[in-house]
Design a binder for this molecule. Structure first.
Ligand code: FAD
Length: 1010
């Protein structure tokens, strides 16, 4: 076992301690803000008055609105047109082929009611007949009478797909939108434009940001490093910058400097990323300009602070005042971060720059916490709490009296006025305001007396600007956003500049529609929680539980298997008679047992089944979710008889009951989740169970069965039979059994099916979930980085040993080379090794036989197709197999599922989707299917061409969530029904209808009492 990553030796502050505050209770955090408000009553009143005055003044300024503000006023994110434009903006400029670009324009424009916006805005560009006309009106001369029918005109024009003029218009529109936010395509053009802005009083100085997605490969990181170096040199040597009142700066995203900038990879980040950021900082110091680390996701906060501390203590950077970082007020632990930074600055003896923002990743933080089953969110759930917390953070920074150089980044009049009030009261001058280029111009123009304002200035071409643009659209288009209504005369200054303290005083509770993640599924089913591997103590909690495997439990003999059936059979009636509610109670208790033992189970999954810790955490959560979901289903479906409508004089009832004894045969690849899921379903429906786990993973099965018993399940009702295929075969052939739930290969499912057909006794039910030849179709509208992230997860997580794993990636011929270059580069950053080490991404193959099959397949493919990449794992030995990518010349080269980290790639033309989809469908599998596209019509075409049980659009194709994505396929992939779905339990049950002639006793009292 590897020790958990420790803080770097040069770090002296306990940054890890901040993790204890990450998911703190929000109501308590808000109560603390209210108990010690950042402004007293008098300051509150004057700040609010100033904020209102600022709004009124900004509205009266001549040059008050930019295109962006006017655009948002007309097209927020609450209308279809705004959303359509955001989709277009995000994707259009990267589409290389005209045909797809035309389709995208046509599809997005058709979704809107453009005519309704005609003439509403007071900005000429927005008003140029709305965006619909922006696309066309500038390019095509419209007859006067048609101008009122903008929507139809656009529709007609666009319907003639391929019309270059429409495409050019749309592309131009996106560029215009983009250019509102980008200061220049290159650092030199940005510097030139910036100098002009500075002269006209629109900026005091700048922080330049080199746009781009985070690095996925080492080559990406090197490219960004070079771009940052060029930017630092250009800013540092620019004459106009030198003349500015304050030194300009460069902002750096650490995620651009390393493809694995993650807490789990701390040692590697210090070894490889740190020298890069140090080199940039030394260069910036040499030029006497600033360098600021942008704030990113909450999971990266502690790591970024450790890196920052090391920079702050670096001898070569002593005395330099330009070192800075951003902190986010939407995070609940930020005041503790600021307190540590103040301490750090004091010890350093030179101020550090701290940019206080509210935070740009709020929606992402909410989603991640929900998906990963965190105990709560790391961020506040109400905008007002973030606003007040911002002011509390600002007060702390001001109170540090110059230890920090404070940079207040906001476009919100109330926030700016309040900060200013606090600074004045404290006689604090060591600060500046910051705004994003393209936003907040009117606010700071209205602010009197003038304050220094630094403009955050993104630099980049259209390609790089898209994610940034969408982030800004999302941020500003939301109706909670200040910018959204700032310059809208219909909203009074009192409303726009409302005091957030008054809002939380009136309602101090967290957002009612965003309950903590454990309550995501409401009262009937608590969501499972999972350890957060970005937190050191949580990683340690699991790794402490990793132990050498104890000896395997002994295999049962065929006679013991028969005896197990007999015991289960004898116990089934009583268990069935207990009813759904009682059985549900046992399953819920089992879920709680699993949750309580999650760390030990996670560690055992890593040891016995080779699951990486991330996969193992997800698996334990899935097992818990199965138990709670089937408990709720048992309560719903097995609560008693359902009265059916019928004639007077009789009652007609329908009831569900267990069938008898179910044999549950489960695989090694999900030795806890599938094992527990099958058992929980069969038991919930009132069956007794004989469980036969995979021979490779008996220990996990033994523990799960012990937990079921501790949870109150009578021992006889669940019999565990350990053994190889012969034991399973004997169980399946037993004439007394009523059904089999099986997950495994298609071949074994067929063999079981034949055995069941041949046996005496009840005609048995078979519920089988087998393999898949799962495809993912990409078109040219997809974002390469998202595709690569999702392909890596889908093909290589769990070493490709999931039935849902991606087997064939279909890449459009126009962008295939580019995607493959990033994909193979990203594979180089994967860590393959001991699955119990938190750093590991990919563990071993389950056994030598499975590995030999992969070796054989790869050897065949090396002859028949082209092996593009295989990660070298020769040093690891054992059952490790290096993830590989193989390019096929034809789909005919593969017919069967190959169970491991081998990804096949086929180049295709998305226009041929019907043909190629039919070719894939003809292989007979129908399990998972992925699509990466921004075109709904393309996603539809893929779905129509390829039948699949589970379709995933613009995400990975693995990791189905119980009750959310019911899982399972058809054809060669299984019998259905779907596990974790509403039709699963009834398949384990038999129906009994009872009809009673109540008239036989003399009459129907209900009828007579009508
Ligand atoms: C110069 C500059 C640099 C920046 N650098 C960074 C950076 O490094 N990292 C980064 O993450 N962001 C950064 N930002 C973006 C910044 O986070 C947003 O621009 C900022 O949040 C908008 O705040 P506001 O006061 O202008 O607007 P407001 O409209 O007053 O606030 C909007 C913000 O409130 C928060 N919010 C919205 N709804 C809710 C809710 N329901 N619950 C809780 N909070 C909510 C979000 O943070 C949202 O962005 C930077 C901004 C500027 C101006």
């Amino acid at each position: 076992m590897q020790p958990a990553a420790k803080a770097h030796p040069s770090a002296t502050l306990d940054w890890d301690a901040l993790d204890a505050l990450k998911y703190q209770d929000e109501d308590a955090a808000v109560a603390a803000l209210l108990a010690d408000p950042p402004l007293d009553a008098a300051a509150r009143a004057s700040a609010a008055a100033e904020a209102r005055a600022l709004v009124s003044k900004a509205r009266s300024l001549k040059r008050r609105k930019g295109v962006m503000e006017s655009f948002l006023e007309e097209f927020g994110l609450s209308n279809a047109e705004g959303l359509a434009l955001m989709c277009l903006a995000e994707a259009l400029l990267r589409v290389p082929d005209e045909e797809t670009a035309d389709k995208l324009i046509a599809e997005k424009i058709r979704t809107g009611r453009w005519a309704e916006h005609l003439g509403k805005s007071d900005h000429w560009l927005v008003n140029a007949g709305t965006w619909g006309l922006m696309l066309t009106g500038h390019m095509v001369k419209l007859p006067e009478e048609m101008k009122g029918e903008a929507g139809e005109v656009v529709a007609k024009l666009v319907a003639r797909a391929g019309e270059p003029v429409v495409r050019m218009g749309a592309m131009q529109a996106m560029r215009i939108l983009g250019e509102q936010f980008v200061l220049g395509r290159t650092i030199n053009s940005a510097l030139k434009r910036g100098a002009g802005m500075q002269r006209s009083g629109l900026a005091s100085c700048f922080s330049f940001d080199m746009l781009g997605e985070g690095a996925r490969t080492n080559a990406d990181a090197e490219r960004y490093q070079a771009a940052y170096e060029r930017a630092v040199d250009a800013v540092g040597t620019d004459a106009s910058v030198a003349e500015m009142r304050m030194p300009s700066a460069v902002s750096v995203k650490l995620s651009a400097l390393h493809p694995r900038y993650e807490a789990r990879q701390e040692e590697r980040v210090f070894a490889e990323l740190y020298p890069r950021i140090l080199a940039l900082a030394e260069k910036a110091k040499g030029h006497n300009i600033g360098l600021t680390l942008d704030a990113e996701e909450a999971d990266r906060l502690v790591l970024s602070l450790k890196l920052f501390e090391r920079l702050a203590r670096e001898p070569s950077l002593q005395g330099w005042e330009g070192l800075g970082l951003a902190v986010q007020a939407y995070a609940k632990r930020t005041r503790a971060v600021i307190a540590n930074l103040i301490g750090l600055a004091r010890r350093r003896g030179t101020p550090i720059q701290v940019r206080l923002v509210k935070g740009a990743y709020w929606d992402g933080e909410i989603k991640r916490a929900q998906m990963q089953g965190r105990s709560d969110f790391p961020v506040f759930t109400t905008k007002a709490a973030t606003d007040v917390h911002y002011l509390a953070c600002a007060r702390d920074m001001i109170a540090a009296g110059g230890a920090l150089f404070a940079q207040f980044a906001t476009h919100n009049a109330h926030t700016a006025a309040s900060v200013r009030r606090m600074a004045e009261t404290a006689n604090f001058t060591s600060y500046e305001f910051q705004r994003l280029h393209g936003m907040g111009e009117a606010l700071y123009a209205a602010l009197e007396p003038k304050a220094p304002v630094r403009v955050y200035a993104p630099v980049g071409g259209h390609e790089e600007l898209l994610p940034y643009l969408v982030r800004r659209l999302l941020e500003n288009g939301a109706n909670t956003s200040f910018v959204h209504s700032f310059l809208d005369d219909d909203v009074s200054p009192e409303v726009v500049a409302a005091d957030p303290l008054a809002v939380i005083e009136a309602n101090p509770r967290r957002h009612p529609r965003l309950p903590p993640p454990p309550l995501l599924y409401g009262a009937s089913r608590r969501n499972s929680t999972g350890r957060d591997l970005s937190i050191g103590t949580e990683r340690d909690a699991i790794t402490k539980q990793v132990q050498p495997l104890r000896p395997e439990p002994a295999s049962a003999s065929p006679s013991a298997a028969a005896q197990a059936v007999a015991v289960a059979l004898a116990a089934q009636r009583e268990w069935n008679a207990r009813g759904g509610a009682e059985r549900g109670r046992v399953l819920r208790a089992m879920a709680d047992k699993l949750q309580a033992n999650a760390d030990a189970l996670t560690a055992l999954l890593a040891r016995e089944a080779g699951r990486s810790l991330g996969d193992a955490i997800d698996e334990v959560r899935e097992a818990i979710d199965f138990c709670r979901y089937y408990a709720a289903e048992a309560e719903r479906l097995f609560a008693g008889a359902t009265r059916l409508p019928g004639p007077a004089g009789e009652t007609n009832d329908l009831e569900l009951h267990g069938r008898g004894v179910f044999v549950c045969v489960s695989p090694w690849n999900f030795p806890l989740a599938i094992f527990t899921g099958q058992l929980a379903a069969a038991l919930a429906a009132g069956n007794a169970v004989v469980a036969k786990p995979a021979e490779q993973t008996p220990r996990i099965a033994e523990i799960a069965v012990a937990l079921f018993r501790e949870a109150g399940l009578p021992a006889e009702v669940l019999q565990l039979v350990i053994g190889a295929g012969d034991v399973g075969a004997a169980l399946v052939a037993d004439p007394r059994i009523a059904g089999v739930a099986f997950t495994g290969s298609t071949e074994v499912a067929r063999a079981i099916n034949r055995k069941l057909a041949a046996k005496e006794g009840p005609i048995a039910t078979l519920i089988a979930e087998t393999g898949g030849l799962n495809g993912l179709f990409v078109d040219t509208t997809a974002l390469k980085e998202q595709v690569v992230d999702d392909v890596i997860v889908s093909a290589f997580n769990s070493a490709g040993q999931r039935c849902s794993s991606l087997r064939i990636l279909f890449l459009p011929k126009d962008t295939a080379d580019d995607v493959l270059e990033t994909l193979t580069g990203a594979m180089d950053t994967l860590i393959i090794g001991d699955p119990a080490d938190p750093k590991t991404d990919v563990g071993p193959i389950i056994d030598a036989e499975a590995k030999a099959n992969l070796d054989k397949h790869l050897a065949r493919m090396a002859k028949e197709a082209r092996v593009l990449k295989q990660i070298d794992v020769s040093k690891l030995g054992g059952n490790f197999f290096g993830p590989a990518v193989i390019e096929l010349s034809s789909l005919a080269q593969i017919d069967k599922e190959v169970f491991g980290p081998i990804l096949h790639v086929v180049r295709y033309d998305p226009a041929d989707i019907a043909t190629i989809g039919a070719e894939l469908a003809a292989k007979g599998y129908a399990l998972t299917l992925g699509v990466h596209t921004r075109l709904e019509s393309f996603a539809e075409a893929v779905r129509a061409a390829v039948p699949a049980g589970n379709v995933y659009v613009n995400r990975s194709i693995v990791g189905a969530v119980v009750g959310v994505q019911p899982f399972g396929g058809s054809g060669l992939s299984g019998t259905g029904p779907k596990a974790g779905g509403p039709y699963y339990l009834p398949r384990f049950a038999e129906e009994r209808a009872t009809s009673i002639n109540i008239a036989a006793q003399g009459g129907d009292p209900h009828l007579l009492n009508l």
